[in-house]
Design a protein around this ligand. Structure first.
Ligand SMILES: NC(=O)c1ccc[n+]([C@@H]2O[C@H](COP(=O)([O-])OP(=O)(O)OC[C@H]3O[C@@H](n4cnc5c(N)ncnc54)[C@H](O)[C@@H]3O)[C@@H](O)[C@H]2O)c1
Length: 242
């Protein structure tokens, strides 16, 4: 896979899976626009990307701020000329008992995970349609497919993202735009305090790495995935139970 001459916009790229995706694109020659609410780690990611000799732009952005998302995409298109790839990775998840949660928490989960994905997609689509080319990769979760009892509101948001992917793919399939979703299982970034217990979920006796998710995202964003759209691909080390 080669991304020379392409530019990718990645949300939630300060750390974890989003950071691995952004670095993965840079390693394969893409220019990268990275965004996140966390400024310091975002700038650190930008520094690491610069080492690959590609163009990088870091934007401090709250994905729930629709106007700011539109402005960030507009400015990025102006700066890069063309953006071929959007990865909607920014997301939040909180371990909880559904009965202990509040409607404010459900709304926040939907604001970040679902509406954030929709804002960025809605903002970039006219640009992709004009160019007759686009690759949109959403990040779902096994939670959105099977449901996880201690991630009830989160599971609902990820189910919405998967349905959004399938419907949007059909709506733009004749415009040269592919839309897919990558659904990770338990993924641990050792630099982030991640306490998810994973061995119950996968046959592999280890959690996945952010890079293993990035590999699947890069494929979905590549020209090699030209005949793949509207798919939700699980990257979960082979699910044992949920
Ligand atoms: N880690 C896992 O086991 C796992 C499993 C399934 C799905 N996922 C999904 O993968 C994606 C990345 O998760 P991760 O594990 O790397 O998590 P993470 O918390 O390490 O990274 C998420 C990033 O999104 C950013 N973010 C959060 N709210 C934001 C907002 N309002 N605006 C902009 N950026 C915001 C965070 O600052 C952070 O940098 C998420 O969508 C998550 O739901 C993760």
């Amino acid at each position: 896979m080669n991304f020379n001459g392409k530019a990718a916009f990645v949300t939630g790229a300060a750390r974890g899976i989003g950071k691995a995706i952004a670095i993965g694109f840079a390693k394969k020659g893409a220019d990268v626009i990275i965004s996140d609410i966390l400024e310091e780690p975002l700038l650190q990611t930008a520094k690491e990307i610069e080492a690959f000799g590609v163009k990088v732009k870091a934007i401090v952005l709250d994905i729930t701020d629709e106007a700011a998302v539109r402005q960030a995409i507009y400015e990025s298109v102006r700066a890069f000329g063309q953006i071929q790839i959007l990865v909607n990775n920014a997301g939040i998840y909180i371990l909880n008992d559904f009965l202990e949660t509040t409607s404010a928490e459900w709304k926040r989960a939907f604001d970040v995970n679902v509406f954030g994905t929709m804002y960025a997609t809605h903002a970039i689509l006219p640009h992709m349609i004009e160019n007759g080319y686009g690759r949109i990769v959403n990040i779902g979760s096994v939670a959105g497919v099977y449901g996880i009892n201690y991630f009830v509101d989160y599971s609902a948001t990820k189910g919405a993202i998967i349905s959004f992917t399938k419907a949007l793919a059909k709506a733009v399939t004749d415009k040269g735009i592919n839309v897919n979703c990558i659904s990770p299982g338990s993924i641990v970034d050792p630099t982030v305090n991640n306490t998810t217990s994973y061995t119950d979920f996968c046959f592999k006796e280890r959690a996945g790495t952010p890079e293993e998710i990035a590999n699947a995202v890069l494929f979905a964003a590549s020209d090699e995935a030209s005949y793949m759209s509207g798919q939700n691909i699980l990257v979960d080390g082979c699910r044992k139970k949920m």
